[in-house]
Design a protein around this ligand. Structure first.
Ligand SMILES: [Zn+2]
Length: 219
């Protein structure tokens, strides 16, 4: 059995190590969890005793195969619950993350299997993030960011890499949502801001910062 806090640590370590593909420092974990480094060390020692991480002081931490299994299970539950909240309960995509942070810790294999089936075995959550299957295998996802698209190209919006409500609400406001077709009309040489056309209708300008956080697939 793993506790709520332990699961969150495993999730954080999974996220940090998949970004850097190496051992994660105690400080990086402390920053992500907003906890003091000393408490992080205590927790890492505990997780190490449970064989969920390999942790050597001053050398950083990595997940064991078992730890990765637990992290992927929690991520799977989180993303399935987000699909459920949006598709079945009518929540908006900017409202579901915090609720899923609670629901992801419910420990019932049967509930998750039934939820997955009820939702039709989705591969992606409402933000376009891949959902690991029941073996813990992530669907392959090879998206580009909108910032990488050349002038004149047309793409489909597949996801976001920034999940804050402020960002998602902004996208709602300008009608930039999953599945929208986007044509890059012009790229400003000065600040790399983009002029884009959505679904062959309205044209608008977005900043480089926004375009970096939009995941797309070339049509
Ligand atoms: Zn989420």
């Amino acid at each position: 059995m793993t506790s709520f806090t332990e699961e969150n640590y495993l999730k954080v370590i999974y996220k940090l190590s998949s970004e850097t593909d190496s051992e994660v420092s105690t400080n990086a974990v402390a920053e992500q969890t907003q906890t003091k480094a000393a408490s992080v060390s205590d927790m890492l020692r505990k997780l190490s005793e449970k064989k969920l991480v390999s942790y050597q002081k001053y050398q950083g931490v990595r997940l064991t195969a078992e730890g990765e299994k637990v992290a992927l299970k929690v991520i799977r539950k989180h993303r399935l619950w987000e699909v459920f909240l949006v598709e079945k309960l009518g929540f908006n995509w900017d409202e579901v993350h915090d609720i899923a942070e609670e629901l992801e810790h419910i420990d019932s294999e049967k509930l998750v299997a039934k939820l997955d089936e009820y939702l039709g075995f989705p591969s992606f959550d409402p933000h376009g993030d891949p959902i690991p299957d029941h073996h813990g295998v992530m669907p392959a996802q090879t998206y580009l960011t909108l910032a990488e698209i050349k002038k004149g190209e047309e793409v489909i919006m597949m996801g976001v890499s920034e999940h804050s409500s402020a960002f998602l609400q902004y996208l709602d406001k300008i009608n930039l949502v999953l599945g929208t077709s986007i044509e890059v009309l012009d790229i400003n040489n000065f600040d790399k801001s983009l002029q884009i056309i959505l679904s062959q209708e309205n044209s608008l300008f977005i900043t480089h910062e926004v375009s970096k956080n939009i995941l797309v697939k070339v049509q």
